[in-house]
Design a protein around this ligand. Structure first.
Ligand SMILES: C[S@@+](CC[C@H](N)C(=O)[O-])C[C@H]1O[C@@H](n2cnc3c(N)ncnc32)[C@H](O)[C@@H]1O
Ligand code: SF4
Length: 440
């Protein structure tokens, strides 16, 4: 069995990050008729609507990465994918689920969206604008790998794609560690691109760091924090290194029966804790188990918060995850099948789905919102007609007993210990049939 960022000390292969419920392994092709009917139905006007676009290419596969990515792809194949993505969006734009709703948030994720050239990005934006508009969106996020950026590309993102939140995968400032972990970029590329990013004046720039890259030490981690503070981004996201099955590191550990070289969970948590304290001293606030923000008034996480609260998210691109009218779905994860569905069939490239019960939607929302560090029981009473403190009395008792949360009236608040290990707390809320199953 796999474990969610558990309390067991070692970072073993098979750990995973909880981002949805019920577990992805339970989604099936049998449920696609329900997905289609959800997409063919009109959603309530008040349900926020988002768009996710997946760009699966990277310059190099990082040894810790578990995403579906392709490297060494020829320019013509990248263009073919981008064209298919535009055709898919044309199909999506005709779906009744869109209704008259504008997109409230848009997310270009990957892989590496910034792998695309300025010319490809301009073409993508032009083609997309024939079918949809995202001018009124409150947040347009674009994920970038530092070494893929150029001054022209950064300007294209801001001026032609209307990006409001640029997220930069810095991960670490040590060139030795970056190389050891198979990253394609070096720290000088971070500094070079930072100048262009500052000049383009994005409302929000986020830096991603990973606590527990192979080779990490206390001295180097402190240095990472200092260097991040020097750049002074609007937000910083710190992931604790996971080792799901399909990473290069995991395959090496399993294939050669070697020990994991990733620091244990306690150390990774201590590093995040240290970083959070330093950021707080510098005026940042903790906004979730993974994120600190410089100015909570200015930075709102539209994608994260809306998604966690069950907004509609129309997923486009290979293997993307979406949610429409209360139904989960994922696009085809095989590139040939994905392209064929769109190019030859003019069909949505749907792969599998899941129709959650009301209880499952409640669990999903509750565990995802708990990642912010607090819950308000009255919110769930109003939305689901459920007393979460009573329904999950046993789980909350355990969590409080172990010093992971305090409960006062309707307010459930994680302690800093609970917040740093939140992913390990969530599976207790899973229904029995999903307790022992593989997550992805
Ligand atoms: C899609 S990538 C961001 C954009 C770009 N591909 C890059 O890496 O610069 C999303 C983030 O996931 C995080 N990530 C990837 N694999 C991880 C792992 N095994 N454990 C923890 N975080 C991981 C990294 O921080 C990475 O920046
Ligand atoms: S971490 Fe980012 S750059 Fe590295 S392989 Fe994964 S998606 Fe690509």
């Amino acid at each position: 069995m796999t474990s969610a960022s558990s309390d067991s000390k070692k970072t073993d292969v098979g750990s995973y990050f909880i981002s949805n419920y019920p577990p992805y392994s339970q989604w099936t092709t049998d449920q696609l008729p329900e997905v289609r009917s959800a997409l063919e139905s009109v959603s309530p006007l008040k349900t926020p609507l988002g768009l996710y676009l997946h760009i699966p290419f990277c310059r190099k596969r990082c040894k810790f990465c578990y995403f579906k990515v392709f490297t060494d792809v020829k320019a013509a194949e990248v263009q073919r994918y981008v064209d298919a993505l535009c055709s898919e969006i044309s199909l999506v734009s005709q779906l009744p689920v869109m209704g008259d709703r504008p997109f409230r948030f848009v997310y270009f994720g990957g892989g590496t969206p910034s792998f695309l050239s300025p010319k490809q990005l301009t073409k993508l934006a032009d083609q997309l604008r024939k079918h949809i508009t995202w001018d009124g969106a409150e947040e347009v996020t674009f994920e970038c790998e530092p070494g893929t950026l150029s001054e022209t590309k950064v300007k294209t993102l801001r001026n032609e794609l209307g990006v409001t939140r640029l997220s930069l995968g810095v991960e670490n400032f040590s060139d030795d560690l970056l190389e050891l972990n198979g990253r394609a970029h070096l720290s000088k590329e971070v500094h070079k691109s930072w100048k262009w990013i500052e000049e383009a004046d994005f409302p929000n720039v986020n830096i991603d760091l990973i606590s527990g890259m192979v080779g990490e030490s206390w001295d180097n981690w402190r240095e990472n924090v200092v260097k991040t503070l020097e750049l002074s981004p609007e937000s910083v996201t710190i992931y604790q290194m996971e080792l799901p099955f399909n990473t290069v590191f995991s395959k090496d550990i399993l294939g050669n029966q070697t020990e994991s070289k990733v620091a244990d969970w306690e150390t990774k948590r201590a590093w995040v804790d240290y970083a959070f304290e330093q950021f707080k001293d510098a005026g940042y606030s903790v906004s979730s188990a993974y994120t600190v923000v410089k100015d909570p008034q200015k930075v709102n996480f539209s994608y994260r918060d809306n998604l966690w609260k069950g907004a509609d998210l129309l997923a486009t691109g290979i293997a993307s995850f979406g949610h429409a009218n209360g139904v989960h779905y994922q696009n085809l994860a095989d590139l040939t099948q994905y392209l064929t569905a769109i190019e030859e069939g003019q069909q949505l490239p749907l792969g599998r789905g899941f129709v959650p019960s009301d209880h499952q939607r409640l669990v999903r929302e509750m565990i995802l919102l708990l990642k912010r560090g607090y819950l308000d029981a009255s919110y769930f009473r109003e939305k689901f007609g459920v007393e979460i403190k009573d329904l999950f009395a046993e789980q909350w008792n355990d969590i409080v007993k172990n010093d992971n949360a305090t409960i006062e009236g309707d307010s459930i608040r994680l302690t800093s210990k609970g917040l740093l290990s939140v992913d390990g707390l969530l599976s207790a809320f899973f229904e029995p049939q999903f307790q022992g199953v593989r997550y992805t």
